[in-house]
Ligand binder design. Sequence first.
Ligand code: DSN
Length: 439
Amino acid sequence: MNVAPAVEYAGSPFAPWLSGDEEVARLLEDEMERQSSTLQLIASENFTSPAVLAATGSVLTNKYAEGYPGRRYYGGNRVVDRVEDLARDRVKALFGAEHANVQPHSGASANLAAYQALLDPGDTVLAMRLDQGGHLTHGSPASITSHIWRFVSYGVTPAGSSTSSPGEVIDLDQVAQVAKRERPRLIVAGATAYPRIIDAGPFREIADAVGAYLMFDVAHPAGLIAGGAHPNPVGIADVVTFTTHKTLRGPRGGAILCRADLAKAIDSAVFPGLQGGPLEHVIAAKAVAFAEAARPEFRQYAAQVVSNSKALAGALASEGFRLVSGGTDNHLVLVDLRSFDPDLTGKEAQEVLDRAGITLNRNQIPDDPRSPFITSGLRLGTAAQTTAGMGNAQMAVIAALIGKALRGRGDEAVVASVRSAVADLCAEFPPYPGLTGAG
Ligand code: DSN
């Protein structure tokens, strides 16, 4: 059911640009309306600034620029070189890095390039298992990474028996034991469904003890790191990879930071190793986002993201959901649905909440008896709605609406009433107040 008022095509912010293609203009309008009238709680999403949108939609998309600033394979890159240099300088300053590569099209491309730079085919890599909170490119059997390199894995400690000892934190003893036994050439830290701080220090000690490189994939907490709400692994890890569109709030893309002595290997791995022409319009938007993340208000934003995540976690626990690891220190919450209702799967919960205007994703919890397609858990993040201006009070309302929709999932009138309450809440916090609405 669409509860938001219809938006006049003539008033669309996209109309001047897409007047010749009404079909696409309407789709963009529909997506703007969806993002503005429903709750965006996917932990890997955010609302970029209009400045990031503008750079992404700029004439830089027209330019081929294979190579790097000052060493391109095509002419006409006088301006593009300055764009890419600006992005590299800004991200190096933001994280205190010696070298940056801003060309990876995605986090997966950044991770593949880092592996290619540091490893030979068949080398052993130690990383977090996907079903314990890791990522596909950390050696999942479904990922090309596991066909090229030999992955061994670590996970989290077992769930504890009490709230004072919740467990489900990275098992550093296991990391050390597997590292000693398997002698990996590379250890990977970082996760996509892990609600706690990951400290690079212990990983560095383990890597040094076995003579391994350390790579830290900070795709999820990159914005928290930039905003001072999560420790910075740059200078501790040999290579740091990340996406620019999650907590960092930039355009969809990836980046790599490394020590100066690894710069040539990293750059060659990205181009010509894995990619052709870089997306310079996206690189310009990355530069915009890096500057935004360096501002004092971004520190307040990062702190509020974590505060909202803690508020959401506490309110969800009051609704009867078990929190994986007992809570959160970062931008995401992982809930185990079985304490709320043993018959409710992540798949069904995601679908019910989608109908209620609450967008999130099902997720396996550690040692989940259900498959990745079904799951027993949900992952929720606060980065996007914090950007839209929501605070702790709204997190309590959201948790109550989630509980109501899931308890009343057999009754469409209950789900519709939640959707209506969600639309009212979202109307108070539009992500793009200057761009939405009929004109
Ligand atoms: N798909 C991303 C996420 O949702 O965490 C990771 O690549």
